[in-house]
Design a binder for this molecule. Structure first.
Ligand SMILES: NC(=O)c1ccc[n+]([C@@H]2O[C@H](COP(=O)([O-])OP(=O)(O)OC[C@H]3O[C@@H](n4cnc5c(N)ncnc54)[C@H](O)[C@@H]3O)[C@@H](O)[C@H]2O)c1
Length: 321
């Protein structure tokens, strides 16, 4: 199958991640079939989609007339057969459990064409294991989104031991066609790429705070107004390429290596966060929130609203919205 043939997709499991995928696919003008276990779950997904669209309208991403068209492309059903029988691509966003995902795989395969691609949103389960009992394990891939998938472009693609290269290539091309930014893991790695990078940074935040070097608030400020600004534009290697000037990234690494080596030896390499850190982090966050004006968020709701508004502005700069 060619990526451009994918016109109808199913979202199987319509919770926090599934509803957002469904909204994204419809924004990209695909016909979407949303399946979940009960009418209540589907109603919740419908409400989340509507609320997210109102937020997108408030931020000038969609206009009022488009909302009914976008919602009109999304069809809801509690019949798995109806959801998957005529689609070319399925996004599975069920609970993070082998048992459930294997059962979902069996149900999806029962009613869908043999070449329909089945992409799991799993945050860390192995595709090989999800597709263990599948009739066509070659069409299963992992496609890990970042929350919320209708705003964050990244999708981390993983293969199971029987996934075909053709399926991976088709899925990658499909995501590119709909303006996602797929990255492919050449080997299985726990936590994929981004969670590992995030946790490497956060381990050091914890280390600095626990050693009394800085507060949670200042560590956040340092990231937001320092590397975070650059990382929102390009990755750490391109940032270092520029930092190296005429010597480029390799010059920078060689030049700074003796100094970097001193920092690295002083930095954290623990494998478990200290037991007392969650409490320290919570107090630090409460303190940071007290010092923020409301317009940039000083409680969970206003913080989320501010994050989404800024995220949308950044995505517009990246021409992703
Ligand atoms: N929440 C996140 O930040 C996040 C980020 C990336 C990936 N993920 C992954 O996405 C997947 C879904 O996570 P979520 O946060 O949306 O969970 P969720 O609990 O919000 O949603 C799961 C949905 O699956 C439905 N479901 C349960 N059994 C089902 C079945 N047999 N068939 C169909 N639907 C069924 C539930 O009713 C629910 O609506 C997980 O694999 C998770 O690891 C989550």
């Amino acid at each position: 199958m060619e990526a451009k043939e994918i016109k109808r997709v199913a979202c199987v499991g319509a919770g926090v991640i599934g509803y957002s995928w469904a909204l994204y696919y419809s924004l990209k003008k695909l016909e979407v079939y949303v399946y979940d276990l009960t009418e209540e779950k589907l109603e919740l997904a419908k409400k989340r989609i509507h609320d997210s669209l109102l937020n997108l309208m408030k931020n000038d991403v969609v206009d009022e007339n488009e909302i009914s068209l976008i919602e009109g492309r999304i069809h809801y059903t509690t019949s798995i057969e109806e959801a998957v029988k005529e689609v070319q691509f399925i996004t599975e966003s069920g609970p993070e459990s082998y048992e459930v995902k294997q059962k979902m795989a069996e149900e999806m395969e029962r009613y869908t064409a043999s070449d329909t691609i089945i992409a799991s949103s799993t945050s860390g389960l192995l595709v090989s294991e999800i597709a263990k009992n599948a009739i066509h394990p070659e069409r299963f891939i992992g496609a890990h989104p970042y929350n919320p998938p209708h705003l964050i472009p990244l999708v981390e693609l993983t293969k199971g031991d029987k996934t075909s290269d053709e399926v991976l290539e088709c899925a990658k091309a499909f995501y590119q066609l709909i303006d996602k930014e797929p990255v492919v893991l050449q080997k299985e790695a726990l936590g994929f790429i981004c969670n590992r990078i995030q946790m490497a940074v956060y381990r050091e935040v914890c280390n600095l705070v626990m050693k009394g070097v800085c507060s949670i608030e200042d560590a956040d400020k340092a990231v937001t107004y320092g590397p975070g600004l650059r990382w929102a534009i390009m990755g750490p290697s391109l940032v270092f390429e520029l930092g190296g000037g005429e010597g480029h990234i390799d010059g920078l690494m060689k030049h700074l290596n003796p100094s970097i080596s001193l920092w690295l030896h002083d930095m954290a390499d623990f494998k478990d966060f200290p037991e007392e850190f969650p409490e320290v982090a919570r107090k630090g966050v409460e303190e940071a929130l007290k010092n923020r004006p409301r317009e940039i968020g000083n409680d969970d709701a206003s913080l989320a609203e501010y994050r989404d508004k800024m995220l949308i502005s950044l995505l517009k700069l990246h021409k992703k919205l």
